[in-house]
Design a binder for this molecule. Sequence first.
Ligand SMILES: *Cc1c(COP(=O)(O)O)cnc(C)c1O
Length: 438
Amino acid sequence: MEYRSTRGGPPVTVEQAIMSGTAADGGLYVPSALPALSVADFAGCESFAEVAARFLQPFLAASSLEGPLAAICREALDFPIPVRPVESGLAVLELFHGPTAAFKDVGARFLAAAMSRILQGGRHGRPPVTILVATSGDTGGAVAAAFHGRPGLRVVVLFPEGRVSPRQQHQLTCWGGNVTSLAVRGEFDDCQRLVKAAFANAALARSHSLCSANSINVGRLLPQAAYYARTSLDHFRQTGQRTSFVIPTGNLGNAFACVWARHVGLPIDRIVLATNANTTVEDYLATGQWLPRPTVATLASAMDVGNPSNMERLRSLCGDDAARVREEVSAVAVSDDEIRATIQDEYRRSGSVICPHTATGFFAYRRLPAAERAHRHWVVVATAHAAKFDTIVEPLLGTTIEPPAELARLLRLPARFETIQPGLEELAAWLGDGTGHG
Ligand SMILES: *Cc1c(COP(=O)(O)O)cnc(C)c1O
């Protein structure tokens, strides 16, 4: 399978697409042509890892990753991803049972396993590849957890000082070893600017073999399509009915993976995007005009994105035709007040304890026309465990939330980080020998 930038240009291999993250022309990599699979092609695939390997095989065909694909899936996708029934016609897809309790574990773990294979062989005696990542919260923890301890790879995480939740910060800073955590005196945008400046500095990028692991990397996007495949297959096998998804959305990585899964041929019906008060996507669907805007801070902070980059993939898939994008997805924007009310309502209704991101999904589901709810099978995607956002959820419910075992273990580890100014010289010094002392 060949990959191309959404902006055209020459084809690249999947290995090149994974290792470079973004295309040189600023576009995003997509397969040259989407493969086609039917339900029958998944005969005999039961576990998540088996379904994932079957789904991903044509995307990795004729690459060095095709042979080890089954092993990569078993290694990376080794935690439960249950579908929990809520009420008649509604279930929740719980994506938060991985090491850092958010769906980003799926993509980050697959990416780490794939990159390790790509680097095996060719790099003996060379300096390690440095994964440089800016995070507003969940990405950095998932990437650090996934790459921690992997030979030939190190991770440098930049996060905005004082702007991530205390538990998120702990997950960014508890690793040591090949993971360096830097608190940047500034905002997430400053972290992102620093990362971009580092990649743009050819000497720095070359001497550290800088590599990106951000959410637009196809190596993170593709495995996310696999849980939509598995969930819709299971329901179809039992009932002959397709599944509709409501997906909490920021940068559209999670949701776009679902669009791919449906195009490939999985039995997926409607896709509803739930956003927070960052309404760029909803406004685009309403007006047909793409007007990115500054980010608004909300309770669902991992979805605070004013210029969702994966929208470029969706628009490219639809020939940049807003009418065709509307056939693919609809969107509902949810305010902070509605997030708070939904967290309380769902707890009262069913005892469900949901995070602020997942709450946008429940809100969007409850807002669907009654006929839409009655005639389709709906799955709301739960993107993080509520215990990660305890400071928001606990006061609303008047109860304490036990962190899941793996998160609890991480929270007991000692944390360490350094604080830097948002300038390239200081970052370069830290990249110098990985300790900051050289
Ligand atoms: C990253 C994240 C999102 C948004 O996912 P996108 O792929 O950016 O749309 C939603 N919820 C949680 C908990 C996240 O960490």
